[in-house]
Design a protein around this ligand. Structure first.
Ligand SMILES: C[S@@+](CC[C@H](N)C(=O)[O-])C[C@H]1O[C@@H](n2cnc3c(N)ncnc32)[C@H](O)[C@@H]1O
Ligand code: SF4
Length: 335
């Protein structure tokens, strides 16, 4: 596949991005939301065992407020937006949002549990990428959700392939599935998809006792990630750089991301803005972009403290920090 990162028509855009990143390195007051996750709702039609999103309640932006949010983020440099939840397919206005983003040439993906995918497919066909949560084979996946969800995910992936929509999977590694990842690896190889993996995490503002039996010992994380690194070297399409996978395997969590809230950020359902998704569950005093403007809310973001996490954010932080080990492998995934 042609590497879109070096495409001539993208060159002006790359130069602007580089200039913005450089600016953020030099001036602490500079914020550009290059990459955004939008938690569009906390509502969900499932209750996965390890997930605390549906336990949170929040007001949600209406469509005119969402357009205002997108306009401001695009004006200040947004290139990619990932719409998550809760379950994003519960949002009636999702097609309007995707259409708007595509008109503005912004890369847009959703992360979904797949339950409503078939019935909403016609509405969202323009999307750049669909990421399905998939934790293992039928028995493993449905044990964490409810019976039938696995089949919906498989059907959703087939529909994406038929309709030429890019597709990937996200697997939360936990004590029930860490030794059963071959199913995901072989399935993604067969379908030529990228597989993303992330160890289950528990956060201070969540009822973490609920998932104590799912958490992984350091030794198991090390063994599992060394296995994934070996598979990546064999050619399996596993997301994230080998450098990042090795860091997770080493047991040393990344430190607080220097550019969280400055070059990437998370928007909450009510328009508050946090540095990243994990911080939604660690702190509760984020400013409302709806009330004071999104860039203003980024620039005046409350102080936060973090001991790192296992999500995609630390890798994004390494990329914008110009860590070459992370940057080179990820250039392939730039659109
Ligand atoms: C919060 S969900 C929202 C999107 C959608 N409802 C879904 O399940 O794909 C986004 C991703 O976060 C993952 N996730 C939820 N709780 C987690 C936890 N405690 N640790 C790690 N990942 C988690 C989910 O499995 C899912 O892949
Ligand atoms: S489907 Fe997604 S948001 Fe809903 S409970 Fe499961 S992981 Fe959480």
């Amino acid at each position: 596949m042609k590497n879109k990162f070096f495409a001539i028509d993208k060159l002006p855009q790359r130069c602007v991005d580089f200039w913005r990143i450089l600016n953020a390195h030099i001036f602490k007051s500079k914020c550009y939301p290059l990459y955004v996750q939008y938690v569009i709702t906390f509502r969900c039609n499932l209750r996965c065992r390890y997930c605390d999103y549906p336990s949170k309640q929040s007001a949600e932006l209406d469509i005119s407020e969402i357009y205002r949010l997108l306009d401001e983020l695009i004006y200040y440099g947004m290139r990619k937006i990932s719409i998550v939840g809760g379950e994003p397919l519960l949002i009636d206005d999702l097609p309007k949002i995707i259409e708007y983003l595509k008109k503005k040439k912004i890369f847009c993906n959703i992360i979904t549990n797949g339950v409503l995918f078939k019935e909403r497919l016609q509405d969202i066909k323009n999307i750049d990428l669909v990421i399905f949560s998939l934790d293992g084979d039928e028995e493993t996946h449905d044990k964490n959700t409810v019976p039938g969800v696995f089949q919906k995910v498989i059907e959703g992936i087939e529909l994406c392939r038929k309709n030429k929509i890019d597709v990937a999977t996200n697997t939360v590694i936990n004590s029930h599935n860490y030794d059963k990842l071959d199913f995901i690896l072989e399935f993604s190889k067969k379908n030529n998809m990228t597989a993303m993996f992330q160890p289950v995490e528990s956060f201070p503002l969540c009822p973490s006792t609920k998932i104590i039996d799912l958490l992984l010992e350091k030794e198991i994380i090390k063994k599992t990630y060394n296995y994934l690194i070996a598979k990546k070297r064999q050619g399996y399409k596993i997301a994230y750089s080998t450098y990042y996978l090795k860091t997770i395997a080493s047991g040393e969590q990344f430190k607080q991301c220097k550019f969280a809230g400055r070059l990437f950020a998370t928007i909450l359902p009510d328009g508050k803005i946090a540095p990243c998704n994990p911080m939604i569950f660690k702190q509760d005093n984020w400013l409302s972009g709806k009330e004071c403007g999104y860039i203003n809310a980024m620039k005046n973001m409350p102080q936060f403290q973090c001991n790192g996490c296992f999500t995609a954010w630390p890798e994004i932080n390494e990329i914008v920090s110009f860590n070459l080990k992370s940057l080179f492998e990820n250039i392939k995934s730039f659109s």
